[in-house]
Design a binder for this molecule. Structure first.
Ligand SMILES: NC(=O)c1ccc[n+]([C@@H]2O[C@H](COP(=O)([O-])OP(=O)(O)OC[C@H]3O[C@@H](n4cnc5c(N)ncnc54)[C@H](OP(=O)(O)O)[C@@H]3O)[C@@H](O)[C@H]2O)c1
Length: 356
């Protein structure tokens, strides 16, 4: 198995390289600056990488990019903002005969990927899974298994909290936030009565996050799972929320904030940060189920998830097309994997409590 990493020279790209190295997976580094790629290989602990595994290509040059992905079985795209270059990378991956995953959290990019590439991916017999990052994939899997307990679902709420522990998001994450600032100021897409639209007002105003003191005020937030979950969960409404303080801070992003932060948090402060996802599902009959998943090190978790997502597409196969994580992988099995790699989760509701 050989996996190409596009944007391998970036902050998360380097973590993905290190994870591929840890899993002993043959890796090709792709990006627009060969010097930065070589430096990334060394900083990610790959040692001396053969020159054939460092391939210079920008997203904007389709022919060169598709050629760079040749002889690889999958591409992991780490180059944000994805609304700017994501489409071009999916197109090149399909042209090269590669499965594709990315670490985007941008609703616009996910939405466009489903709209543009479902047909081409099916025709090529390849699988595309956007949004395999620390919140997109766990929340999609958790929503699937929680919803199963009360199906058919009347209302599904997906909530995010982040306890930074002093660790700032990476500069690339903030850059992508700025590029999608309309989503953060409006709260982005919701899902209601069979379609996605931006003017779905959220009803949930407070959620109980583990470790929090009682109910935490929440506000509408553009979670990637809002784009993916209705593709495999039959629900009348799906809404995304986050801790209201987080919503205010991201909606207030300015270019000056970008200039003031380092490329990304150092490893020791990453371990102090906590990500928490809560899913609350109410069935048409009023029954209720709740799921929680949480962990530390958002950026390291993103690398773990992206590599495992690409590896599973190649090793285990998945239906062709653009898929939500729960359509590409067994939700219960991937949740088990996350539980074995530092995340903790639980599901309560009708039936037995399950933990991982
Ligand atoms: N860190 C996380 O845990 C996490 C979690 C979820 C989502 N994400 C998302 O992941 C993305 C990357 O974050 P990051 O912190 O790794 O950013 P970063 O350090 O800025 O890295 C981005 C990489 O993408 C490359 N790139 C961007 N546009 C390109 C283009 N047109 N052609 C070729 N290369 C291009 C950059 O190349 P140059 O070096 O040449 O500029 C750089 O190597 C963001 O969208 C972020 O929101 C990250």
């Amino acid at each position: 198995m050989r996996i190409a990493v596009f944007g391998a020279g970036g902050y998360t790209g380097k973590l993905v390289l290190a994870e591929l190295n840890r899993r002993d997976i043959d890796t090709v580094l792709v990006g627009r600056d060969a010097g930065r790629l070589a430096e990334a290989a060394s900083r990610a602990g790959l040692g001396t990488v053969p020159s054939a595994a460092i391939r210079q290509a920008a997203a904007e040059d389709h022919t060169v990019l598709a050629q760079a992905f040749r002889d690889c079985s999958a591409v992991i795209n780490c180059a944000g903002p994805f609304v700017l270059s994501g489409e071009a990378v999916v197109r090149a991956a399909l042209a090269a005969g590669c499965h594709y995953v990315d670490i985007s959290g941008e609703q616009h990019h996910l939405d466009r990927t489903f709209a543009e590439f479902a047909g081409p991916a099916e025709q090529a017999g390849l699988t595309v899974v956007p949004g395999t990052n620390d919140d997109g994939l766990p929340s999609d899997l958790l929503a699937h298994v929680v919803a199963e307990r009360v199906a058919p679902v009347r209302e599904l709420v997906i909530g995010l909290d982040v306890v930074s522990g002093g660790a700032m998001p990476s500069r690339g994450t903030l850059r992508s936030g700025l590029e999608n600032i309309d989503s953060f100021t409006t709260g982005g897409l919701g899902y209601e009565e069979g379609r996605w639209h931006a003017d779905v007002a959220v009803r949930c105003t407070g959620l109980t996050f583990p470790g929090g003191a009682g109910s935490t005020p929440v506000a509408k937030f553009p979670l990637p799972a809002i784009v993916t979950v209705p593709r495999h969960v039959k629900a009348r409404r799906v809404e995304g929320v986050a801790n209201a303080q987080l919503v205010v801070s991201l909606a207030g992003l300015t270019p000056a904030v970008l200039d003031a932060v380092p490329e990304g948090p150092p490893a020791d402060s990453r371990r102090n940060a906590r990500w928490i996802i809560v899913v609350e599902a109410t069935g048409e009959d009023g029954r209720h189920a709740r799921g929680v998943i949480h962990g530390t090190d958002m950026q390291g978790t993103t690398a773990l998830i992206a590599v495992e997502s690409a590896r599973r597409l190649v090793a285990d196969g998945a239906p062709a097309g653009v898929l939500a994580p729960s359509q590409a992988y067994s939700p219960a099995d991937f949740l088990r994997f996350l539980g074995e790699h530092g995340a903790q989760w639980s599901i309560d509701g009708p039936g037995a409590t399950v933990r991982g």
